[in-house]
Ligand binder design. Structure first.
Ligand code: F3S
Length: 108
């Protein structure tokens, strides 16, 4: 599967959604995740993300490994719904794009 990592939090640009051939993105209040049961590992979303938030599971950086589990949890337990069309990012998205340590900002 592919995994959405911390950079997405509070950025949520949604460019990734438009190119996904299997509609595997799920939307939370301030980030997206990928449903691992739907992702076909085509990788077309990777270059679309302006903040490089998306990785193949085997390429997730060591400090982002917790996001592999989080994508599963937020897809399944949190009941995040499918998103299939690009939408406007949050108005302050650009202010968050270079920030790290954003996990505490995640709204479930
Ligand atoms: Fe997030 Fe990047 Fe998609 S910021 S919503 S993973 S384009």
């Amino acid at each position: 599967t592919h995994v959405v990592t911390e950079s997405c939090i509070r950025c949520k640009y949604t460019d990734c959604v438009d190119v996904c051939p299997v509609d595997c993105f799920r939307e939370g209040p301030n980030m997206l995740v990928i449903d691992p049961d739907e992702c076909i590992d085509c990788a077309v979303c990777i270059p679309e993300c302006p903040v490089n938030a998306i990785y193949a599971e085997e390429d997730v950086p060591p400090d982002q490994l917790n996001f592999i589990k989080l994508n599963v949890e937020l897809t399944q337990a949190a009941g995040w719904k499918s998103i299939t069309k690009r939408k406007e990012p949050p108005p302050d998205a650009d202010e968050w794009k270079d920030k790290t340590g954003k996990l505490s900002e995640l709204v479930r």
